[in-house]
Design a protein. Structure first.
Length: 157
């Protein structure tokens, strides 16, 4: 397996490089993100924005960004795929999904749809475990990334 600095290749940000993610392959970065979601006994924790960042930066060409009003976000090829909002003092994740209605109906306590944002889904992070967040962040990345990038990285599923 050929390794190249992900920072030099433009695959990750300086923050990811500092976290030791820069020289790992995409598959290795996904595994690191997976196993750091568990407590000392192997039990999944409830998710936080820090988890979103760790998962997002493990994806190809993902970079930290900022929404128009200044809230933190993660982008791929200039398109947001994860964004933090706050409501009632809780962390609310905005992301993109193909089956928005199905996802919202699957867990109405965690997911909601807002008329003002017809393409996005919103999730209370404190209602989701890190495995579910990994799945929705990965799906959101796939929905927002350029097709050439998705095709080049079949390991991101």
């Amino acid at each position: 397996m050929h390794r190249v600095s992900a920072r030099a290749a433009g695959i990750c940000s300086a923050g990811a490089q500092g976290a030791g993610l820069a020289t790992k392959t995409i598959k290795q970065r996904l595994l690191v993100a997976h196993y750091s979601d568990r407590d000392g006994e192997g039990t999944l924790r409830m998710a936080s924005w820090d988890d979103v960042g760790r998962i997002a930066l493990s994806l190809p060409e993902a970079a930290p960004g900022e929404a128009h009003e200044g809230s933190p976000a993660y982008d791929v090829a200039g398109r947001q795929f994860a964004r933090l909002r706050w409501d009632e003092g809780r962390e609310l994740l905005q992301f993109w999904a193909v089956d928005r209605a199905g996802l919202a109906a699957s867990n109405p306590e965690a997911y909601s749809l807002w008329k003002a944002f017809p393409a996005a889904v919103f999730a209370w992070l404190d209602q989701l475990d890190t495995d579910e967040v990994r799945e929705i962040i990965t799906d959101s990345w796939r929905a927002r990334a350029p097709k050439r990038l998705v095709k080049a990285h079949p390991e991101v599923s």
